[in-house]
Design a protein around this ligand. Structure first.
Ligand SMILES: [Zn+2]
Length: 297
């Protein structure tokens, strides 16, 4: 068992709360393991291991949080985890569990009720359950009635299949949806509202066109910040990841995000923090941003 594993890890629903008139539920595709060095970039292990315990292979435990927002007229799913298309070799490396369908069921969310699916970007661990791999090898949309939304730049980047990151861009997660017309590709000019109270904004750095997803109702504001700040351990702007394509932009965008999230006390929703999926951010006595969990798990 990974040293960071906890009893609460078996909870299929990671949290549910009201945000104004909206119901927000944090579902999960389970946990997975990534190299701690890659997750903390140039930060020395002597510093990061105080926050994130590594196993004997230097891997840290991460979550795959998928947020369901029910607005009253729409059901929006933000991010869809790793999915069930990973080859056995990759599953052995990541130790992921393919839990999102069970998590949605446990939360009482019927895939057929979902009206919108938003992907912050198209890395394999963010859009895996966009589609489901069937036993006969075919792929079908997991959310048959949903309009899927992603940034066109992400698709174009994925299609380049660059040496650096082609392993992260798996066509069956999005190409069938583009082909069938079920996925809308946003351009910089068309970025904005998904449904009333839910909108997207560009936060580049991790990828060139990564989107954050804002949710606002009754004066309450939450933001799913994707891989700009993947866990509560990454709120320090300089703690960028080795995976970030442009760490300098990432640092500037984190500062821009915190410049609004801290004074306005946004609820920050982390993609990859299994134990702290939602937090507010404060500045401590040393002047450093720190996350305060809404509900530690
Ligand atoms: Zn990513």
């Amino acid at each position: 068992m990974h040293p960071a594993a906890r009893a609460s890890d078996s909870n299929l629903v990671r949290g549910r709360f009201a945000l104004g008139d909206f119901e927000v539920t944090i579902c999960t595709d389970g946990t997975y393991l990534l190299d701690g060095g890659a997750m903390f970039g140039v930060v020395p292990k002597t510093l990061w291991q105080k926050r994130a315990a590594a196993d004997e292979e230097n891997r840290i435990l991460l979550g795959l949080n998928s947020v369901v927002v029910r607005t009253g007229t729409a059901t929006v799913v933000i991010e869809t985890g790793i999915g069930n298309k990973q080859p056995a070799k990759m599953r052995a490396i990541h130790q992921n569990q393919e839990l999102l369908p069970a998590s949605l069921a446990a939360a009482g969310v019927d895939p057929g009720e979902v009206t919108h699916v938003v992907n912050t970007h198209l890395h394999f661990d963010h859009c895996g359950w966009n589609t489901t791999l069937e036993a006969d090898g075919s792929v079908r949309p997991t959310f048959p009635n949903a309009r899927y939304v992603a940034h066109r730049g992400e698709v174009e980047h994925g299609r380049l299949q660059l040496d650096r990151d082609r392993v992260s861009y798996l066509a069956p997660n999005y190409e069938p949806l583009i082909e069938s017309g079920q996925m809308t590709l946003l351009d910089d000019g068309s970025i904005g509202s998904i449904v009333p109270g839910v909108w997207v904004e560009l936060f580049p750095g991790h990828t060139a066109q990564m989107l954050g997803v804002h949710v606002e109702s009754g004066g309450k504001h939450a933001c799913y910040i994707g891989d700009l700040i993947p866990t509560s351990h990454h709120v320090e702007p300089t703690w960028a990841m080795g995976y970030d394509l442009d760490p300098l932009t990432c640092i500037e965008q984190r500062k821009r995000f915190l410049g609004r999230a801290i004074p306005e006390q946004w609820l920050v929703l982390f993609t990859h923090d299994h134990h702290v999926p939602a937090a507010t951010i404060h500045v401590n006595e040393k002047g450093k941003p720190v996350a305060t969990a809404m509900f530690p798990l």
